[in-house]
Write a protein that binds this ligand. Structure first.
Ligand code: GDP
Ligand code: MG
Length: 175
């Protein structure tokens, strides 16, 4: 219909966080509604696109997975450049991935200053019995780092759609 713009506004979402926290799994759950127990091969292309229909507009998301850049931190700035949103994932059953949050946030702020929405996602909440960080500690850390926080499970799909919906609502209209 004439109401649909020919070119949708695009927003780059980058996924950061330690290895094996579930970045690729979150993307796959959101894109395809599937989950794989094995370590997911990182998406072989630069990004996946998805159209999101919001109440007041339709937008195009570009989801950039991290293809092993976790190990090559010098590549991270390039990857973060011109992103609208950084989703920093950690695994609630792996304390070390929680301890890394600060440095990931620092990487994003070094590159983007305040011009970016940062969301920390505590993944694998289905592993509640293996939880190593309490929800209260996670929320306190997010406040300290001045970022948003949500808990998700790429396995069950819990809160995955809500995560992207919440982020979409934060996007500046003119960017
Ligand atoms: P990445 O390295 O951050 O991209 O992590 P992957 O998406 O490859 O996931 C690493 C491992 O964690 C794989 O074995 C996944 O099946 C598993 N995994 C990812 N998300 C979840 C989750 O929400 N719950 C559970 N139980 N396992 C998960
Ligand atoms: Mg991956």
């Amino acid at each position: 219909s004439g109401l649909t713009p020919a070119v949708l506004k695009k927003y780059k979402f980058v996924f950061l966080g330690d290895i094996a926290v579930g970045k690729t799994s979150i993307i796959n759950q959101f894109m395809y509604g599937t989950f794989d127990q094995t370590h997911q091969a990182t998406i072989g292309i630069d990004f996946l696109s998805k159209t999101m229909y919001l109440d007041d507009r339709t937008i195009r998301l570009q989801l950039w997975d991290t293809a092993g850049q976790e190990r090559f931190r010098s590549l991270i700035p390039n990857y973060i450049r011109d992103c609208s949103v950084a989703i920093i994932v950690f695994d609630i059953s792996q304390r070390s991935s929680f301890n890394s949050l600060e440095k990931w946030v620092q990487d994003v702020r070094n590159e983007r200053g305040g011009d970016v929405v940062i969301m920390v996602a505590g993944n694998k909440i289905d592993l509640v019995e293996k939880r190593t960080v309490s929800p209260e500690d996670c929320e306190a850390k997010a406040r300290e780092l001045n970022v948003q926080y949500m808990e998700v499970s790429a396995k069950t799909g819990a809160n995955i759609k809500q995560l992207f919906k919440a982020l979409a609502q934060e996007l500046p209209l003119a960017q």
